[in-house]
Design a protein around this ligand. Sequence first.
Ligand SMILES: [Zn+2]
Length: 277
Amino acid sequence: MKTRKMNQHAIILKVYCYTPICKPLNGSLPRSNASHMLRLNQYSYKYNFNGKKEKKEASSVLYFIKGIKGVLRHKIANICMSAGLDVCHSTDKEVDKHGNRLLPEGYHLLGSCVEKKECVLHQIFGSKGHEGIIVVQANPITSIPHKTAEISGRIQQVHIASENRVNLTYNGKSVQDFSERYFSGNFHFEIDVTSCTPLQLGLIIEGAMNFDRLGRGYNTGYGHVQVNKIQLLKRTVTRTPVMDENGCFIVQNQITEESRNKHFQNALEVWQNGINT
Ligand SMILES: [Zn+2]
């Protein structure tokens, strides 16, 4: 039997960043002073033991990087505002339960533009009941101490630790302390922009270039992020079923990536010209 190759194409914007210290944390329970990063499965790997050929097995805990899409949305909303475009706010309520106005100047209620003239922010990110057109994702992070570890591309190697700190003192005595997880190092995230027009892509690229924060404690020096590199690429995944000795089909994924530099430059131009007209 001859099987047809099953190809899947996507246009991906890859954003490479560095953070000295970042706390993309889960909230803690009332009266608890500990906050954690979102913990995932264990990652198993092999490494060379004592420089010998013999390989040892070990594992390391994976964590999810929270909040990337939220920051990106915030950055893009700010760019639209400074370009004089009306955009959705993150709330769909005009006033809170105390009667305080929630909607700042230049914003409309979340999703209220759909019927009339949908704003570019809503086209990209959507709202409840309206799906956006991008997918934002980052490979899980982990901290692997073994220098000879065999690491696959589906994880990101960073430094992960806990900060234990006294945050309240009374008459020189500590009365409350807390513990928070953080990570440090190089990481990257991806935005699937396959469904975007050049104008939407140009705006997303500008948003990604301005990505400068993540997680908690920005005003006290945490969560500062520096974007070092951005790449637009076309990713093709080819899936082939290959029968193993037990009669099962192993799905082999072959991934190829090509840069799309002209599309990148064109998108930025279309976006810049789009706001000026
Ligand atoms: Zn809107």
